[in-house]
Ligand binder design. Structure first.
Ligand code: SF4
Length: 227
């Protein structure tokens, strides 16, 4: 298993590569736009540790003891990204969770994210070409979601022996060191990238896979993570 500090460096590298790629699009999103900021954002325990480190450094760890972060009896998120992709590749249908909690994220303060530098990838990929506050439906460019989903898969793959769930539930579990606070993470089973999306997505993936982190390429770390 890759040591946590190296996993965190790989996560930061992935965040940077995605920010550069996403910066080539012109989105309508901006500060104060918080339609996507609900309690249903999902993430891995690797991203959770990043948030906990950020809160600890800012002297804000006590926020996780607030009622908003109490674990719920019925876990909402049930299928990790890689489990979802694996089921699709096997031709199986995947049941979507029906009880997503669309109340505001507890980190949303005065319409801004109070953990912005440490927000998980699920928040970073939120984007729409048109203002979506009225409809609640994001308009994403062709191929954008395929690229973002591939990176969600990389993060889950790197978080070997980790867990996955909604940000709120996972942070509640990680903060109280509760075992089995999410679904176990799974390795990459393949990707759901359509042929006509490849030209847009490949530069993102190939550029990231070639980046060096602690003497190995990102691609080599992916191999090491599950070997
Ligand atoms: S962590 Fe920040 S960006 Fe993500 S949903 Fe919460 S307020 Fe929004």
């Amino acid at each position: 298993m890759i040591p946590r500090p190296t996993q965190r460096l790989l996560l930061a590298t992935l965040y940077d590569a995605f920010a550069q790629w996403a910066g080539t699009f012109t989105f309508a999103c901006g500060k104060g736009c918080a339609t996507c900021c609900t309690r249903s954002v999902t993430m891995t325990s690797l991203e959770g540790d990043e948030i906990i480190a950020f809160l600890a450094e800012a002297g804000r760890l006590s926020e996780l003891a607030a009622p908003a972060f109490q674990p719920t009896a019925n876990r909402m998120a049930q299928c990790t990204t890689n489990a979802f992709v694996a089921a699709h590749l096997r031709g199986e249908s995947v049941e979507e969770a029906e009880n997503w909690d669309l109340r505001p994220c507890p980190f949303l303060k005065e319409e801004s994210c109070s953990i912005y530098p440490a927000r998980p990838f699920g928040c970073r990929l939120f984007a729409s070409l048109d203002p979506c506050a009225a409809s609640g439906v994001a308009d994403m460019p062709p191929g954008y979601l395929a690229g973002a989903t591939a990176l969600l898969q990389y993060i889950e793959h790197l978080d070997n022996n980790g867990c996955w769930g909604t940000m709120v539930e996972l942070l509640a579990g990680l903060n109280t060191e509760t075992e089995n606070c999410g679904e176990p993470t799974a390795p990459i089973p393949g990707f759901l990238i359509a042929p006509d999306e490849r030209a847009l997505v490949e530069p993102l993936l190939q550029g990231l896979l070639a980046q060096e982190v602690n003497g190995q390429t990102f691609a080599q770390w992916l191999q090491i993570s599950r070997s």
